[in-house]
Design a protein around this ligand. Sequence first.
Ligand code: NAD
Length: 295
Amino acid sequence: MSTIGFIGLGHMGGPMAANLVKAGHKVVGFDLAPAALEQAVKDGASVADSAVDAVRGADVVITMLPSGKHVLGLYEELLPVATPGTLFIDCSTIDVADAREAHDKAEAAGHRSVDAPVSGGVVGATAGTLAFMVGGSEADFQAASPLLDVMGRKVVHCGDAGVGQAAKICNNMILGISMIAISEAFVLGEKLGLSNQALFDVASNASGQCWALTTNCPVPGPVPTSPANNDYQPGFAVALMDKDLGLAANALRNNGVDAEIGLKAAELYSRFHAAGGGGQDFSAIINDIRDRSTE
Ligand code: NAD
């Protein structure tokens, strides 16, 4: 069993840490939010007075934080005090370049490190059914796997440091683009007198088939469990899609990729977020498209 310093006990980190406790690991958590610490205690974790105290004596450190700035800032504090050879697992979604910098710093300080961003949301974090996309050496991946298996259902070693983050943003760029494509098609169909159900019945059995249509359908009716049937309660919030597409757009620009549609998708989600849509499921982009279409 491992002794795990777990930093960032928010919507995702809280239930992930709880699953590690349930599996018998010793978890010492820290978060800046007192409510997160209270919940961690209820879940059976110990809590520390600072992030530094949480990692002293740990053999694994897991971080689940809002951004690369937070991860790199904390690594500055934590790397010098962690026991040499500690395995750092960063599960946050952050910029690929930041993930590589975090990895290099951990290695230079004598530690092991993987980036292991997740997909599956709060529901997956709670149920222990997340998908992990891992970047790092084979040995560090093997060392991290037993813990990731506790928190997730699918763990994929994608390649070297930073490549887990690359998989995450590439997947979510596909998702953002495909949701916009599906939404534009429904709005066009409505204008042309095609019912939502008829378009669904055709596209879901034809070459337009994709997850954004068949699982997260942006109109109410055809897929009763999609957030559109529940007033677009997330699900996967627009604010998070905006964040992930922003990371994808950075990576596209930094690497000179000619990806007009990916950059446009980032722009559309950023605009919808800025207009107040951040708390809705990302399929609510269909309402933005409808609102912006002429009579
Ligand atoms: P959250 O805001 O609920 O949790 C982040 C936590 O980090 C907060 O509790 C905050 O207090 C804490 N924190 C920030 N700075 C800290 C510091 N210096 N020391 C200690 N604690 C600190 O966010 P979340 O929804 O749990 O997301 C966490 C990460 O997971 C993000 O990178 C997000 O993009 C990614 N993610 C989220 C989802 C989702 O559905 N929420 C899905 C996939 C990936």
